[in-house]
Design a protein around this ligand. Sequence first.
Ligand SMILES: Cc1cc2nc3c(=O)[nH]c(=O)nc-3n(C[C@H](O)[C@H](O)[C@H](O)COP(=O)(O)OP(=O)(O)OC[C@H]3O[C@@H](n4cnc5c(N)ncnc54)[C@H](O)[C@@H]3O)c2cc1C
Length: 394
Amino acid sequence: MRVAVIGAGIIGACIAHALAKRGAEVILLDRDEPGQGCSSGNSGAISAGSVAPVAMPGVLSSVPKMLLDAESPLFLPLGYLPKALPWLMEFVASATPGRVAASARALDDFHRGAVAAHVALAAEVGVPELILQRGHLHLYPDEAALAKDAGGWRMREAYGYKWERLDREGILALEPGVAPRYRIGLYLADHATIVNPLRYVQAIVHAFRAIGGKLKREAVRSIAALPGARWQVNAGDTFDHVVVAAGASSPRLLSPLGIRISLESQRGYHVQFAGAQSLVSRTVVLADKKIFVTPMEEGLRVGGTVEIAGLDRPPDLRRAAILERIVRETFKGLEGITPTTWMGHRPCMPDSVPVVGPAVGRPGVWLAVGHGHLGMTDSVNTAKRIAEALLPAH
Ligand SMILES: Cc1cc2nc3c(=O)[nH]c(=O)nc-3n(C[C@H](O)[C@H](O)[C@H](O)COP(=O)(O)OP(=O)(O)OC[C@H]3O[C@@H](n4cnc5c(N)ncnc54)[C@H](O)[C@@H]3O)c2cc1C
């Protein structure tokens, strides 16, 4: 069986590796080096308990703030509003209690067992040191801020995830550097973090190549049906199956095939302070600001913000500057360090649920797209799902 996997981000890398292990002849194609897309600059959190979708009941009331407040964790430049409107309408429509409950069930299916799956994969591909198992600490300044996230915490509880509530003293026992602003901590002890997402993807691709998988640096422009249920990529090689895992660019590859998916980029940013990772010893979430502070291998990474502004606009460094200001207000010890900045495209579905499986009406084409805010978390389980469907007899 010949399979093309398009996109060597965390999703495509895990799929290519899983299929090659089951004996398929796999070519992994990317226009860039592996892992250079959204999968390089994320916060590396393996957040199995995050079963609540982004669009929660009441989301509509946050849209005016999003449009008008440049400091909001959600930002949409007015000029992009007409383009984003159809997706936004689907986003708001998916926030009814019934649809949120259905999304949570689907997300739980993707997240379940994610930490153990990543621990096993990291060991298998030779980088066990990249998994930090010290839990995640979510911080709130007060009860009012915590109450805004109550729905998400109730859903974690309903799906069996446990946490410990900490007061200021408890926060300091775990993370002595946190500013006095934060007085309530919720500690999820069994969550984990990948402390170098790019090196992780590279290790997975290396392991894929070591068992005979082929990596090809090529921008895919077309996927064409041939007689005999085969598929041709770029008028070149032919395949029995094509798996599209091209992140936020996937709709551009799929629409010529008549496959429409409602996927929008939610642009996220990070700032990274080289050498300052020891300021925290685990993933610390400034939950009122929706900012993740992570002790990465190479520095302290501060990731967050959602900017809905499409694939083509250049990064707006004012978004990164907000992250920098907030982290400097929260931790001492960053004085004199100028951070690097990064922007990436989260591939987001309106209901937050990834689209993983065979394309309807296009036998041989498979989708593994739309992992949104949790693509690192869901990558191994996504690959398992595709591999079991494509090579069920194994
Ligand atoms: C700031 C930020 C923080 C995040 N934090 C977390 C976190 O803590 N935990 C978590 O689970 N998730 C997190 N995420 C989300 C996660 O990064 C994404 O869900 C994930 O990286 C998506 O992976 P992907 O493989 O689908 O996409 P990508 O990594 O973008 O990979 C897609 C690949 O396809 C290639 N490609 C595209 N078009 C073509 C083409 N035409 N031809 C050839 N190749 C093509 C690209 O070059 C790219 O390499 C975060 C995201 C951001 C932005």
